[in-house]
Design a protein around this ligand. Structure first.
Ligand code: ZN
Length: 474
């Protein structure tokens, strides 16, 4: 890279290097480099050997793109910058994908190696707190300083006189430090208490292996600690999800409506009071679900309208289909014509009627036209022809929307509502649902049809409502 820089007259401002390992996810130097480039406007060229050295994933690629730098991939002989041709951008994107694949591959290989090690009873990773790595044999052995403290911590916790907090304090008092000499935190203590490895066995990738290393504690002690920890954790603090949370706004103050569970089973929705006190009252989940789903009833079309829709679409479909077929036939004819001409000039060339030069010129011309026609034919074949089956399926869904809704659980209902509605508000325990624009158009049309029929009028009076209108926003 230095030679390249020298040859091109670049001044090297700073060098960044990341050591490649499969298990370390973050690349510190990469981040430092990005930071450097962001703060140094006078430096806008990156030199790197190959794509896979620079980008690990698309996130990296986007980051680099945003830097607006010239990137020289020296070994690949490519210079990349913002206004490079889009086809090159695509190639570049693929290379990033490939390097991502390469890293994943490497990760797989490493994982395989580690599993093989585990099967031999050797802990495949860095020794946990209380053990040390023996680099020569690849084994771990009890840390003479920390192992006794770890054992003591298990024993103390098993007595039931400790919380994680007091146990952490005890650990610090006994001088327990991390490998890097830092004070241990509560999370490391909690983590250590759950490590089976201290009993002589260890868990790797979800599988328990019999280790070859010396145990620090007995299995009985470990099990007792695990039992206590499960009992001490507080399940009542676990978060319960609420299906309709965050989708309705309070009609009085505009805050989002949030949820709460009472006595473990009754779910109430109410204004979050994020903008101070609000007088809105709470509603039950059942009532909210019912109010949110009600507008879906409006999507049901009358039999008359369904028939009309299918006829209209079928007519439109056959019209565009016949146009498409005519266009395609014309191209096919021209293709045959050109093939004839190609054959003719070839014979002319053989018989010496035309020069080789003239033949080549004409031949290229015809072949180019042929290629163009082939491309056009493909385009014609791909052209969208309305698929009646999918139209029928959509109609069927509108007919069932409400009955499907009431049969689902609240989480499925939420998914459905997210597709159909955009803004809903709650005021005086009443919910106003605003359907998405396109969905609302169907509902309005269906409403009108029902009204016409009830007045004994034909639905054709409402046809206008069903034709597409050109929006100002194309
Ligand atoms: Zn409110």
């Amino acid at each position: 890279l230095e030679a390249y820089a020298h040859k091109n007259g670049f001044k090297i401002m700073k060098t960044f290097q990341d050591v490649e390992t499969a298990k370390r996810a973050g690349r510190q130097s990469f981040n430092k480099m990005v930071e450097y480039l962001q703060t140094h406007d006078d430096c806008n060229i990156i030199l790197v050997e190959k794509t896979d050295r620079l980008c690990r994933n698309f996130r990296d690629w986007v980051t680099l793109n945003e830097l607006d730098c010239e990137i020289h991939l020296v070994k690949e002989g490519v210079v990349y910058h913002q206004d490079v041709r889009s086809s090159d951008k695509l190639t570049q994107g693929f290379k990033v994908l490939m390097s991502e694949h390469y890293v994943n591959n490497l990760r797989e290989e490493t994982k395989k190696g580690m599993r093989e090690k585990a099967e031999q009873g050797l802990y495949p990773s860095c020794a946990p707190l209380g053990y040390l790595n023996d680099r020569a044999t690849g084994t771990i052995y009890p840390d003479p300083v920390r192992a006794p403290i770890i054992r003591r911590l298990f024993e103390e916790y098993a007595t039931g006189h400790h919380s994680l907090k007091t146990l952490t304090r005890l650990a610090r008092d006994m001088g327990l430090t991390s490998r890097k000499g830092r004070k241990v935190g509560m999370s490391s203590i909690a983590y250590a208490l759950g490590k089976l490895i201290y009993t002589g066995d260890f868990k790797w990738d979800g599988v328990i292996y019999r280790g070859k290393h010396e145990p620090i504690i007995s299995r009985e002690l470990f099990d007792e600690v695990t039992r206590r920890r499960t009992a001490d954790s507080h399940p009542q603090h676990q978060r319960i999800k609420h299906a309709f949370k965050g989708m309705v706004r309070c009609g009085t103050c505009g805050c989002l409506v949030t949820a709460e569970t009472h006595k473990g089973k009754y779910i109430y929705y109410h204004c979050s009071h994020a903008r101070g006190d609000c007088t809105e009252k709470a509603v039950t989940e059942k009532s909210l679900s019912e109010m949110l789903g009600r507008p879906l009833k409006r999507l049901r079309l009358t039999e008359e309208r369904i028939q009309w829709l299918l006829d209209e679409i079928r007519a439109d479909d056959s019209d565009s289909e016949s146009k498409r077929m005519a266009g395609r036939r014309k191209l096919e004819n021209e293709k045959t014509e050109i093939q004839n001409r190609l054959n003719l000039i070839y014979e002319d060339k053989l018989s010496g009627t035309i020069t080789a030069e003239f033949w080549k010129q004409k031949n290229d011309e015809y072949q180019k036209r042929q290629e163009w026609i082939n491309g056009e034919l493909i385009r014609y074949d791909r052209q969208h022809t309305t698929n009646m089956e999918s139209v029928e399926r959509i109609i069927e869904l509108t007919q069932k929307a409400y009955s499907l809704y009431v049969k689902q659980d609240s989480f499925e209902q939420r998914k459905m509502l997210d597709l159909l509605q955009s803004n809903s508000t709650m005021r005086d325990r009443k919910v106003t649902v605003e359907l998405r624009k396109d969905v609302a158009a169907i509902a309005d049309g269906a409403d009108l049809d029902r009204e016409l029929l009830s007045q004994g009028r034909p639905i054709s009076d409402g046809n206008e409502k069903w034709y597409p209108i050109q929006d100002s926003n194309l």
